[in-house]
Design a protein around this ligand. Structure first.
Ligand code: PRP
Length: 202
């Protein structure tokens, strides 16, 4: 049976394709959502949906950022950290924002679970504002005091006049597997990852 891989559409998906499947050209665009050849099938899905496809066993393995995996903490095998997709989950806001003292600090984020955990460790009560994207806008227009979000180059924070107030965790892309499917596809998965690692050093 063919190995099925779920990749997160967008920049991380492009890097993942090149890592796993080069020299094959990436066939995906806005409309093409799956690819198949003699050895594998690749599904091109929203980053937040990669875990759903793997948990359902539709995909054997998937790639997402460690932050995404930690946020929903599914019962999967984390197989390998990849040499790309490096970023940080940070607390960000305006330079003058005093986060420490304020009770009921308004925090906008796409990562509600990691945010709750972070503030629980600090024993600080917050008002959580879950968003789906464009999180940097929230403090600018007064929806929130601060944000918890991913920073890669820092250009989105800068463009919105925000700075990093604290680094919560580092993150990289991770290959993970459905636990039951891993047993069936062990050889195919191991050989794909070995080949990819060799190519990345070539
Ligand atoms: C991510 C993240 C930041 C941005 C950080 O958003 O949530 O907004 O990238 O990248 P940078 O530090 O290189 O500027 P994404 O592009 O996934 O879009 P979204 O805001 O719609 O979720």
């Amino acid at each position: 049976m063919k190995l099925t891989i779920a990749l997160p559409k967008g920049r991380l998906g492009d890097l993942s394709w090149d890592y796993l499947l080069s020299p094959l050209n990436n066939p995906f665009d806005e409309r093409k959502l799956s690819f198949e050849n003699e050895t594998c099938q690749v599904l091109w899905v929203k980053p937040s949906d990669v875990i759903t496809y793997v948990m359902a066993g539709i995909a054997d393995i998937g790639i997402v950022g460690q932050d995404t995996l930690d946020e929903s903490d599914p019962d999967v095998y984390r197989l390998k950290e990849l040499p790309f997709g490096a970023c940080q989950l940070v607390l960000a806001g305006f330079e003058k924002t005093d986060t420490a003292l304020k009770e009921g600090l308004k925090v906008a984020t796409k990562y509600p679970n990691l945010t709750k955990k972070y503030f629980k460790n600090k024993q600080q009560s917050i008002t959580l504002l879950p968003l789906q994207g464009s999180v940097e806008l929230a403090p600018v227009v007064g929806l929130s005091d601060v944000i918890v979000d991913i920073v890669e180059t820092g250009s989105t924070l800068k463009a919105n006049g925000l700075i990093i107030l604290d680094v919560i965790q580092d993150s990289k892309a991770i290959v993970f597997a459905n636990k039951a499917r891993y047993r069936f596809q062990l050889e195919a998965i191991e050989s794909l990852l070995l080949k990819a690692e060799r190519n990345s050093h070539a």
